[in-house]
Design a protein around this ligand. Structure first.
Ligand code: SF4
Length: 145
């Protein structure tokens, strides 16, 4: 059976930072014939609901920072995502939630030190997935609505 990684909030899990979900029925329907692997790196690490995080460009690197308490959680999030990749070495498709600091695919705001949007890029999971799953097609949630 083919396998697809899908952002868990698109599947109806209540794992968003605000405790809500963002289920997209068209995505669930499109992958009826696949083994669906739900993916959410933030909920197990930080709980739900949780403080928002955002991506910050700093000294040529992208950091993941909590918005209110200003904690650098880059390594924590990277480790969680890498561990997921180790468990799921081969998949046939990846569908990700747009604009998320973890899951966004060219839609995530990258901020400067003052909180201004510098550009829109990949979330932290998408950055890692693109290195690990080089043969796998990626879809944004809006591709399948
Ligand atoms: S966008 Fe990604 S990290 Fe955020 S709630 Fe959905 S699955 Fe979790």
């Amino acid at each position: 059976m083919k396998k697809v990684i899908i952002s868990a909030c698109l599947l109806g899990e209540y794992c968003r930072y605000d405790g809500k979900t963002k289920r997209v029925n068209a995505i669930v329907d499109a992958y009826k014939e696949y083994e669906i692997i739900p993916f959410c790196p933030e909920a197990p690490l930080f709980g739900t609901p949780r403080e928002r995080i955002s991506l910050l460009a700093s000294e040529g690197k992208i950091k993941v920072m909590t918005e209110e308490t200003k904690q650098d959680v880059t390594a924590l999030l990277e480790d969680e995502i890498m561990a997921f990749c180790e468990k799921h070495k081969k998949v046939d498709a990846i569908v990700l939630k747009s604009k998320s600091p973890s899951c966004g695919n060219q839609t995530t705001p990258i901020l400067d030190e003052n909180g201004n949007v510098l550009e829109f890029g990949d979330g932290m999971a998408t950055r890692i997935f693109k290195k690990k799953y080089t043969q796998t097609p990626f879809y944004d949630e809006t591709d399948l609505e």
